[in-house]
Design a protein around this ligand. Structure first.
Ligand SMILES: Cc1cc2nc3c(=O)[nH]c(=O)nc-3n(C[C@H](O)[C@H](O)[C@H](O)COP(=O)(O)OP(=O)(O)OC[C@H]3O[C@@H](n4cnc5c(N)ncnc54)[C@H](O)[C@@H]3O)c2cc1C
Length: 473
């Protein structure tokens, strides 16, 4: 049973940020630093959203810390603190292992270009031209070219090359070959600038630092606080209802799912017909399964790569990455060097993309059995990289699309927000209702740690403009 909010000022807040994911947290921090009175409400008892972690005995498991582009360093320095930015370190090696090729890479442009030329025997001119096209991509460009067409243009008939270039992005945001090439191009170029980075110390250290920073900047942070309703009067935000408590405010920044923001928090009756048509056409992205593996005290293993993209599927097909057969698995390996602890602790997190529908209908018993099956399957696969793994571990736990739904309230447990059409809906929200804004994983480009945090900044600037004007556009 949720508790009513206490000590809410009678004149409320300038802005209520609903959701403590990286988009919401960053937005709240930027707005508080600009001098606004900010209330941040998070329905879960912990901040972070998908950028989450949990403790089991002496193990701490990171849910979504596999890697992000170097841009995260600048974002943390500019919008959070230099101390946080200093925690960003490069991962040593990313490994691919599938029936088409096995290789280790630093995931930098130089290394990829080199491998494409020497190991995949491509003309250097084709590789350079491919990168040049990616680098010239701009979100506002023509979006008619699909990923399939982009790859066919530069590497015709080379599914192995497509696998190298696209598989990590499909894992990271659920994208397919039929989506606009622009969405792939921007995300891939971000990673390809200088490789893959992580947060030294783990997600818990980062979220604790963010919490301190928010409180230091005056944000009123409330957890276990669920936004239930946004009240709109004469087309403008007037208040929100959180845990049954009415809180007056001049603006709302939703960090929840864009579809529930519109349909559940506000209500269709407040939007134009044309806008609702766009909302109806917005597809939720797919979801994830994970298996968390903790190693016994004193057990460890030699370096096997920081991130392993493994698959037994003969060719690359985005549909196979998400299929219940689980031929594709990504292993994120946390060595004591990344997560220092005494005594040293080794953990591995296996991630598999998944569809909610494949898990939704199970009875309790079937669900339990399916989770056990998945844990078994993951250990079978991990045996190849860590021989004898079953005897070395003391904690095994599975998460499914149902788990993601429970902890974030995203429809269908959508781990990466919506498909690309969701970005337009998200960006136009405040054209429909004065003072209503959204930032969070939408449209592929604005997903992931970097995309979500940067989108939080962009929207905070829009909120600032709106609040300064003091009235609707
Ligand atoms: C398995 C997995 C692995 C990933 N790995 C990586 C990775 O390695 N690198 C990377 O860059 N990205 C990764 N991502 C993606 C990345 O974590 C997300 O894109 C990003 O964290 C999303 O941030 P967000 O701001 O959109 O909010 P979310 O994280 O979606 O958070 C939304 C928040 O809103 C809250 N909320 C919802 N409804 C309400 C309500 N009514 N009232 C109050 N609060 C509410 C939720 O509880 C949640 O905390 C991964 C995601 C998954 C699922």
């Amino acid at each position: 049973m949720s508790k009513p909010l206490k000590n809410i000022p009678s004149d409320g807040y300038d802005i209520v940020v609903a959701g403590g994911g990286l988009g919401g947290l960053t937005s709240a921090n930027v707005l508080a630093k600009a001098g606004y009175r900010v209330l941040l409400v998070e329905q879960h008892f912990q901040l972070g959203g998908l950028a989450s972690y949990f403790k089991r005995g002496r193990h701490i498991f990171d849910v979504a810390l596999h890697g992000f582009p170097i841009g995260m360093k600048k974002t943390l320095r500019k919008y959070w603190s230099r101390e946080m930015a200093d925690h960003i370190v490069q991962v040593r090696s990313v490994r691919f292992d599938n029936p088409q090729f096995s290789l280790d890479t630093t995931f930098t442009k130089e290394d990829f270009s080199d491998k494409l030329e020497r190991e995949f025997e491509l003309e250097r001119s084709a590789v350079d031209a491919f990168y040049a096209e990616l680098e010239s991509m701009n979100y506002y460009d023509d979006r008619s070219m699909t990923n399939r067409e982009l790859f066919e243009k530069y590497f015709p008939g080379r599914n192995d090359v497509v696998r190298l270039l696209m598989e990590p992005i499909t894992y990271a945001n659920g994208s397919t070959l039929d989506e606009p090439a622009i969405t792939y191009g921007i995300v891939f170029s971000n990673f390809m600038s200088k490789g893959v980075y992580t947060f030294q110390g783990g997600t818990d250290v980062m979220i604790d630092m963010m919490k301190r920073e928010l409180r230091g900047n005056g944000v009123d942070v409330r957890v276990a606080a669920k936004l239930e309703k946004v009240e709109v009067e004469k087309g403008v935000v007037a208040a929100v209802v959180v845990n049954g408590t009415r809180v007056p405010c001049r603006a709302v920044m939703s960090n929840g799912n864009i579809l529930s923001t519109i349909r559940d928090w506000v209500g269709d009756e407040h939007f134009s017909h044309a806008f609702l048509e766009k909302v109806s056409a917005t597809r939720l992205n797919n979801s994830s399964c994970q298996v968390y593996i903790g190693f016994k005290e004193g057990e460890g293993f030699d370096f096997i790569g920081d991130l392993l993209f493994t698959s037994t599927h003969p060719v690359f097909e985005p549909e196979a990455v998400v299929a219940p057969e689980r031929t594709s698995k990504t292993f994120s390996v946390y060595y004591p060097s990344i997560r220092p602890a005494a005594p040293p602790d080794y953990t591995v997190v296996a991630s598999m993309n998944a569809n909610f529908a494949d898990w939704a209908e199970f009875s309790d018993e079937e669900y339990k059995a399916a989770k056990n099956d998945m844990v078994d399957d993951v250990l079978d696969s991990l045996e190849k990289y860590i021989p004898g793994v079953r005897d070395k571990v003391d904690h095994l736990e599975a998460a499914t699309p149902r788990t993601f739904k429970r902890y974030t309230l995203h429809g269908g447990g959508a781990s990466f927000g919506t498909k690309f059409e969701g970005l337009d809906v998200s960006m136009r929200l405040h054209d429909e209702i004065g003072g209503l804004f959204h930032a969070g994983s939408v449209g592929i480009i604005m997903s992931g740690w970097l995309g979500a945090a940067n989108y939080g900044v962009i929207v905070a600037n829009d909120v600032d403009k709106y609040l300064r004007r003091g009235f609707r556009d």
